[in-house]
Design a protein around this ligand. Structure first.
Ligand SMILES: Nc1ncnc2c1ncn2[C@@H]1O[C@H](COP(=O)(O)OP(=O)(O)OP(=O)(O)O)[C@@H](O)[C@H]1O
Length: 305
């Protein structure tokens, strides 16, 4: 099966500053890829190169098997793009706006009316067909931006921080919408909201200092990181903390943080093995809780944030 998106050895510098270094990425049909990185990590730069708006210094990008030529933009017929804050003419209705987009992009369809109606239903705006966009909530505007990006029936939808300005309800609506699209297309989603990524993405890439420092199936990336598990340990007697801190390095456990009431430790050992050692040495254990590995913890470690 052809990859919808394939990026090979991508490099980009602005003046002396290398922004993208040796990025490789593949995206198959029907998958949602979460591109994560701190501010300035290079996410928008990668997206602009996929859209042919920026010339890479090195490397190639293929969309549906066709090479992206910067400035040529013929591969953009496969792509729908939704910016973080879509710009609209507020005096238009959603229907008028989509008609306008169809006219300026010379979009061809047998029945434009029906296509637009279908899109508005798709993004949950069919009931507001006659309402002016200026009265829309931010979430509604974002969904209209996605409808506009879907107009040319893309194989690849690129969404740049689609939920950054939204409240939890608006975010949920947009993320549910993106999840529903994956039957028909692939999606690249750039966002800082890691819980959104965990909710809908199949694959993730963490961009740090211009490199994809982690990449792969979300559950594989998290599981790989899980080899060193984090635990929170509490004792029922105060003396135990000091004693344990003195002894713990000899037990293969590393300290992450501690206060008067609990220790955060990391180790490759199982919970049972830690408990075993603690009881052998008669420590008054109150609780030992294994912390769930989250994308947030992984992200903070990988980007040293
Ligand atoms: N046209 C440009 N000229 C010079 N430097 C640029 C240009 N575009 C981006 N940069 C720099 O490249 C780096 C990556 O920027 P980019 O916008 O791709 O990051 P980002 O990950 O999308 O950030 P954010 O999350 O803040 O949107 C930044 O240091 C930015 O200042």
């Amino acid at each position: 099966m052809t990859n919808i998106l394939e990026i090979n050895h991508l490099e980009k510098a602005f003046g002396p500053k290398k922004v993208i270094e040796g990025v490789n990425l593949t995206l198959k049909k029907g998958k949602i890829y979460g591109l994560i990185g701190q501010n300035g990590a290079g996410k928008t730069t990668v997206m602009n190169m996929i859209l042919g708006q920026l010339l890479p210094d090195e490397g190639q990008i293929f969309v549906n098997g066709e090479r992206v030529i910067a400035g040529g933009e013929t591969t953009n017929r496969y792509i729908g793009y939704c910016p973080d804050v879509p710009n609209f003419y507020g005096y238009m209705t959603a229907k008028e706006y989509l008609q306008f987009c169809a006219s300026i992009t010379s979009f061809k369809t047998d029945n434009l009316e029906l296509t637009i109606q279908g899109l508005l239903e798709r993004v949950g705006l069919a009931q507001t067909e006659k309402v002016k966009i200026s009265t829309y909530s931010r979430g509604m505007k974002q969904r209209l931006g996605i409808a506009q990006a879907l107009l040319n029936q893309p194989l690849l939808l690129i969404c740049d921080e689609p939920t950054s300005a939204l409240d939890p309800r608006g975010r949920k609506e947009v993320m549910d919408l993106l999840a529903s699209l994956k039957e028909e297309m692939s999606v690249i989603l750039s966002t800082h909201i890691l819980s959104d990524i965990e909710r809908v993405c199949d694959h993730i890439g963490i961009l740090a200092n211009g490199k994809l420092v982690r990449e792969g199936r979300l559950q594989d990336v998290l599981a790989e990181h899980q080899t060193q598990a984090h635990y929170t340990l509490k004792f029922s007697e105060a003396w135990a903390y000091e004693a344990y801190l003195k002894e713990m390095t000899a037990t293969g456990v590393q300290l992450v943080s501690h206060d008067q009431e609990q220790l955060m430790i990391t180790t490759a050992e199982s919970q049972a093995a830690i408990l075993d050692k603690l009881s052998q040495h008669h420590y008054p254990i109150e609780s030992l809780v294994k912390e769930q590995q989250t994308l947030e913890k992984l992200f903070l470690e990988e980007t040293n944030a």
